[in-house]
Design a protein around this ligand. Sequence first.
Ligand code: PMP
Length: 352
Amino acid sequence: MSNFLNEKTARLAPYVPGEQPKDKKYIKLNTNESPFPPSKRALSLAKKEMANCNLYPDPDCSALISEIAKTVKVKPENVIVSNGSDEVLNFAFIAYCSENAPAIFPDITYGFYKVFAGVNGVPYKEIALKGDFSIDVNDYLDKNGVIFIANPNAPTGLTIPLSDIEKLLKKNKNRVVVIDEAYVDFGGESAVKLIKKYDNLLVTQTFSKSRSMAGARLGFGVASEKIINDLKTVKYSTNPYNVNRVTAAMGIGALKDKKYFSDNISSIIKNREDTTLALKNLGFECLDSKTNFIFAKSDKILGENLYLKLKEKGILVRHFNKERISDYIRVTVGSASEMQAFITAVKEILGE
Ligand code: PMP
């Protein structure tokens, strides 16, 4: 840390991304990426667009936004695009959280929410998940502030029904509710359809997981036109060209390639269910995941130990050194052969 750093920045506890080691080639099941490459259509549009990179991108991203709007069945005025969904989440912290409107989120959820609160200098309140790791929306009904709920939640993989989200929206129409749907395509139900009814709802989604574009950084928010305009104020005050030309072109290709998308989702769901069954047969307890990862624990081995032993065998999973979940590992669902290698390694480690 230099002597020049201001106090606010010196106090920050930055987000720690999943490790990306370079010492050898690992089977990467630690950052919830897709094992499948981007769609061919996405790649060919991206390649063409590279030739135009001497020009700034369209700051409004009109073509991409109109494709997203068509896909999620809203109007283009209801969509904003961002550099990964992290960015639109940060826009929401900037736009809506304040000393009087703390961010409110579960104690076990996406670790970046706390970091966004920190970097924006706004308070946050954590609400404990129930003993079974579920979210009870009744715990949020009377809270004033801005609610952030990942649905499905991470790293648990559990969902809440839309009726619960509606309960939150209805209870206090003067409070913004952000539903982070990074993993919704793997079996959750999207709250996007509620934006017509509730103008205090913001739904965020990403191309990082189900559309194989984590490296291209593309996310979006869907909300009432007023909320989208608030977020645009933030975007145009920070980085009007937040989505580059190549990524925008790729995004359009990915959305048009509907069959590739649905085939990949089906594979991931099948691999998730097969792996969950195999883990259960080995005595693991697995939460009911509706995502592209499995949150699992065994009473035969501690989470950290299993993580380290898998790493020795060239398989990376994620372990969180955090109260209540330190017994667990989070395993990204990869291809069938990757999951086979994972299960074989677990069997060897357990001596089965
Ligand atoms: N929300 C959740 C719950 C996540 O796990 C992630 C991925 N780490 C994100 C949002 C952000 O993903 P991205 O910025 O790649 O869209």
